[in-house]
Design a protein around this ligand. Sequence first.
Ligand code: TTP
Ligand code: MG
Length: 240
Amino acid sequence: MLLKGNKARFTVCVEGNIGSGKSTLLNHFSKFNDVEAFQEPVQKWQDVRGNNLLALMYEDPMRWAHTFQAYVQMTMVEQHLHPCSTPVKLLERSLYSGRYCFVENLYRSGKMTNAEYTVYCEWFKIITQNLDVGVDLIVYLRTDPEVLHTRIKERARSEEQAIPFQYLSDLHTLHEEWLMGPSSSLPAPVLVLDANDTLPNMYKKFEEHTSEILSGKLTVCEEQQDTYKTASPSPVEIVN
Ligand code: TTP
Ligand code: MG
């Protein structure tokens, strides 16, 4: 189905730690006519006019983390604002996980200075207060850091080969704080899928939750949805 005005009815973001299977979920749902899927622009980060910012960030985060995260933020804004002619706009990640997971982690671990963090956050505030970067539903692929560590080694994206276990564990904690806790920084309700599973089992879970993902809504009662809209914590649905 095509829509007039290039504006999706629902924006659904897929979140989860590095290697949790976000691209796999996007590939699966991109087969539906009602969905336009926007994969994360990692290739842009690997080649900014010949500069591999992703590699620089992993090699020397004290020097490059802020530059890299500023660029990630810019490319995420592009994704959020990109016209979409189908009812469902499906995004790999969002502006929000850059801010609340990656940048928070870099700052807390001393890899971004207070000045860099403040400049980044001021940009984030201006963007979220003035641009149409809203989200209707978050799908959280919740995965243990041990499982991710193995998957990352297997897929062998060259920049990621030296990622220490502790880094994945710290990022996991921040995803949990942001998506599972009572959080005032959540932009939408969260559907949580246990993503420690095998690929065939993950496809089964995607199928079971197709209607929720394509409607941009959790199957919870209207009352809870309304509660969220008045800014209390979002309803979270957990699926094992
Ligand atoms: P992810 O955004 O986690 O994407 P992925 O393709 O690795 O995940 P999946 O397997 O679930 O599809 O990370 C991509 C790379 O970019 C990874 O090395 C982490 C890094 N990254 C940051 O350092 N900062 C950021 O803000 C983001 C969004 C990613
Ligand atoms: Mg991916």
